[in-house]
Design a protein around this ligand. Structure first.
Ligand code: IMP
Ligand code: MG
Length: 187
């Protein structure tokens, strides 16, 4: 990436836009192979997953349907508390459907664990997770992520859908913020 494109609050680019696209192509190929002949429903977790889901879905060479859930987790802006509040529920029933839950990032795993239990109770034919980023080793309980993207260290990242205080979601790369960008609300 040309330095002139770098946002002034970003200290370092951790993963470039090209690296992200290459990873997504690999995930989409796997998903295409695994779900051939099945009706696949992608459920995106808003807001963070919307950028990833858009690119992933367009790389999957199968007809797919979309639904979204919006959740917010109580706690500070950089750590989830595990208490998840559903802001937007599914539009349709998922009973008997092949569901792929699309997440931006798994940190403690509390958000995804809550969603898994919530969706499992609705009787899908299958339920798997695709998460673009994964802070492996940070999860309190073991988590079976069928389609993991990048394993990253336990640092706070922004860009490509991920925010800090609702900012930086539109950066086309994954970056680490300068300490000053956190202001008073430091992680
Ligand atoms: P968990 O419940 O601890 O796994 O956190 C998952 C949610 O916290 C994600 O869906 C994100 O919204 C947010 N999150 C966790 N780590 C990061 C990060 O490094 N940058 C931005 N958001 C994050
Ligand atoms: Mg967030």
């Amino acid at each position: 990436m040309h330095p002139v494109d770098l946002h002034e609050d970003i200290e370092e680019v951790l993963i470039s836009g090209d690296e992200i696209q290459a990873k997504i192509a690999g995930l989409a190929k796997q998903i295409t192979d695994d779900y051939r002949g099945k009706d696949l429903l992608l459920i995106g977790v808003l807001k963070g997953a919307f950028v990833f889901m858009s690119d992933l879905a367009r790389s999957i060479q199968l007809p797919v349907e979309f639904d979204f859930m919006a959740v917010s987790s109580y706690g500070s802006s950089t750590k989830s508390s595990g208490v998840v509040r559903i802001l937007k529920d599914l539009d349709y029933e998922i009973t008997g459907r092949h569901v792929l839950l699309v997440e931006d990032i798994i940190d403690s795993g509390l958000t995804i664990n809550y969603l898994l239990r919530y969706l499992e109770a609705r009787g899908p034919a299958s339920l798997e997770i695709c998460s673009l980023f994964w802070k492996k080793g940070e999860q309190a309980v073991p988590l079976d992520v069928r389609y993991p993207g990048f394993e990253i260290p336990p640092v706070f990242i922004v860009g490509y859908g991920l925010d800090f205080a609702e900012k930086y979601r539109n950066l086309p790369y994954i970056g680490v913020l300068k300490p000053a960008a956190y202001g008073a609300d430091s992680p």
